[in-house]
Design a protein around this ligand. Structure first.
Ligand code: 6R9
Length: 645
């Protein structure tokens, strides 16, 4: 299959979709030529307590750098996701919760029931002293209470910071401290793939390193044994008898809604801050546009709410649009590779949104697991998190979707709040591996290393030239870092960190990160973070981490480690170091391969030549390029000889 393979808009979608090709072109044009009125119009999607009269007010320039959207508007995000639906669809299912075990019963919450649960949770948080503007760390498994907790914060105008359940105590502590949250909401244990995850015990360990933590609210989920400390309270004990009425606090559009930590190319993870009005509008707008969402569609984003995809497409987008959203506790391939398709059948899922890494893992198990299920409810398939390779695309399209459902390959980032580039099912012919075209309101450019703008078919670095409502507003506590990270490379433009190619039809093909961020199973990992974890070990002198191709994860982690004098690098230490990283950051950061190196290849000025390390990790040792600038070129031969195949 070449990139010339084109899948035209299907007849079914051509007939029913809201937006056709001409409609897309007109809308794109309107959003670009008159963004002010375009976005004030779009703002009508939300219910405001005070309607905004100003759309975007922003500058990416260094002198008067600022980003604001709908700055004179006021609203409550949870009321937009709940209260405003009560009259029209109070008895419609808002959330279908599918448990880890196929033998356990799913739970369903109508909009009315979800509203009550969120109000109850909000009242409990208020009783614990949470007020508007406070940060609340949420470290929960994929259980309904995760949705209640997130929306309860939004209802109070408190700022949630969800930490993925796979992160270690060390990582949790860092996030609690960085955003200064005094309260953590967790559960006794999580459950995934038949195994339990000791969430409460992890929070206990984190608390030792997070002196500012005052209160831990514990949701009983598995009923597993936990130790309760004086700072801990059981949710079910303090929620009994609490009112299910709770007024929604009206906030300014620019008041913070959440902080979500993400890896960058340097330093510790950044707290990406999203605000209330612009983010919610972007969530609602993109959910409707990208998936041509219609009332009644059952929407399943198979992500975890610990990642931005879960924030925007399990919760905020679907709920703002009054959808029925599926929340799944477990793994797509447990107990076996049919599980994901059985859930589709069971809940008659209309749109499935998942990641290429999941597809590659399922593909390996063979088609039988798929074809023995019905899947006729599936009308649309989404892909997100990393470039989708054409083989996985083809399999998703032909086998999983039976050739009927278009694939919405959606490119975006934690920083962008929601989807930026994707096909529209009724408007865009598909090319496997291309995220196709920007949504109306998204203005892209490709630039070369020096910032020169590339036009026509070209390959370069992807930038966004105009602000959009869903754009992050700052790095929590470090506005200067926000500017430096995203706006200093190319003056006056937002730099995505991604490389990209644009073809003759104006289709965008993301080629991957151009910075030191690697994409492991669709999750971002900073090489610097893994290196910092490794050098904390007493035997490690130096470490360099690079990405390598991995047939399921997309990219795997390859670590080169030099040891302190006198320490021998045997298999015990090898295993110990992998476990060490797992402990420091979490399982997703565990190096796939770890090579003990006598030294690292450095330039005379001491800079590690990562290009060479990448080539060796890839096994591409015939084309290492110029090594003459190295302080000790002999190091390279030793690294090649010791490569872990
Ligand atoms: C939503 C999300 C962002 C990085 C991004 C890019 C990669 C995401 C992609 C994609 C190619 C797609 N990425 N979607 N690459 N095609 N459809 O994943 O956010 O975790 O912040 O990662 O993921 O490299 O820069 P986040």
């Amino acid at each position: 299959m070449t990139e010339q393979t084109i899948f035209p808009v299907t007849n079914a979608w051509a007939k029913q979709a809201r937006i056709d090709r001409a409609g897309y072109d007109a809308m794109y044009e309107a959003a670009t030529t008159n963004p002010g009125s375009f976005w004030l119009d779009q703002a009508q999607r939300l219910t405001w307590t005070k309607m905004p009269t100003i759309a975007g007010d922003w500058s990416f320039g260094k002198k008067d750098f600022h980003i604001k959207w709908f700055e004179d508007g006021e609203l409550n995000v949870a009321a937009n996701c709940l209260d405003r639906h009560l009259d029209s669809r109070g008895d419609q299912i808002a959330i279908i919760w599918e448990p880890d075990s196929p033998d356990a019963e799913p739970r369903r919450f109508t909009y009315r029931e979800l509203h009550a649960e969120v109000c109850r949770f909000a009242n409990v948080l208020t009783a614990q002293g949470v007020v508007k503007g406070d940060r609340v760390t949420i470290y929960l498994p994929m259980i309904p209470e995760a949705a209640f907790a997130v929306l309860a914060c939004a209802r109070l105008g408190a700022v949630h910071s969800v930490v993925f359940g796979g992160f270690s105590p060390e990582a949790i502590a860092g996030r609690i401290e960085d955003c200064g949250s005094k309260i953590v909401i967790t559960a006794d244990e999580g459950r995934r793939g038949g195994k339990t995850i000791p969430l409460k015990a992890n929070v206990d360990a984190a608390a030792a390193r997070a002196p500012g933590l005052e209160r831990v609210v514990v949701v009983q989920s598995t009923g597993g044994d936990v130790t309760m400390h004086p700072r801990d309270v059981w949710y079910h004990e303090i929620a009994g008898g609490v009112s299910v009425d709770c007024p929604a606090v009206s906030v300014n559009a620019e008041d913070p809604l959440f902080v979500l930590y993400t890896s960058g190319s340097t330093g510790k993870p950044k707290g990406v801050l999203h605000t209330s009005g612009g983010y919610l509008l972007w969530a609602a707008y993109t959910h409707e546009m990208a998936f041509d969402y219609r009332a009644g569609d059952v929407f399943w984003c198979a992500a975890d709410i610990g990642w931005v995809t879960g924030h925007t497409y399990i919760l905020y987008g679907p709920l703002a649009n009054g959808a029925t959203t599926v929340m799944y506790e477990g793994l797509p391939n447990w107990p076996d590779a049919s599980r994901i398709w059985q859930i589709v059948d069971h809940h008659q899922v209309h749109t499935l949104f998942t990641a290429p890494t999941v597809l590659r893992a399922l593909m390996k198990e063979g088609d039988d697991y798929v074809t023995r299920t019905d899947r006729s409810s599936l009308k649309l398939l989404g892909s997100v998190g990393e470039p989708i390779n054409p083989e996985a695309w083809r399999w998703y399209h032909d086998v999983a979707g039976g050739g009927r459902a278009p694939i919405i390959d959606a490119w975006w980032q934690t920083e962008t709040g929601g989807i930026m580039i994707c096909p529209l099912p009724g408007a865009t012919a598909l090319k496997p591996g291309s995220a196709t075209k920007p949504l109306p309101g998204v203005t892209l450019q490709l630039v070369d290393e020096k910032g020169g703008v590339l036009t026509g078919p070209a390959e370069g670095n992807l930038v966004v030239t105009h602000s959009w409502p869903g754009q992050m507003r700052t790095v929590w506590g470090d506005h200067e870092r926000f500017f430096q990270t995203y706006f200093s490379t190319y003056e006056g433009k937002y730099f995505t960190g991604d490389g990209c190619r644009c073809d003759g039809d104006g289709y965008y093909w993301i080629t991957g990160r151009v910075d030191d961020v690697i994409n492991v199973s669709g999750h971002r990992m900073g090489t610097a973070e893994v290196e910092s974890a490794l050098v904390l070990h007493k035997h490690v002198a130096e470490a360099a981490v690079v990405g390598m191709p991995h047939d399921v994860k997309g990219q795997g982690i390859y670590a080169y480690v030099t040891l302190n004098d006198g320490v021998e690098g045997g298999s015990d230490l090898h295993d110990e170091l992998r476990a060490w990283v797992r402990n420091e950051i979490g399982p997703i950061a565990t190096p796939d391969k770890l090579q003990f190196a006598p030294a690292l290849p450095k330039t005379r000025s001491g800079k590690i030549m990562r290009r060479i390390l990448r080539k060796i990790a890839e096994g591409d040792t015939s084309s290492l390029g110029d090594t003459s600038t190295l302080a000790d070129p002999g190091v390279v031969d030793e690294l090649v000889a010791g490569r872990i195949a």
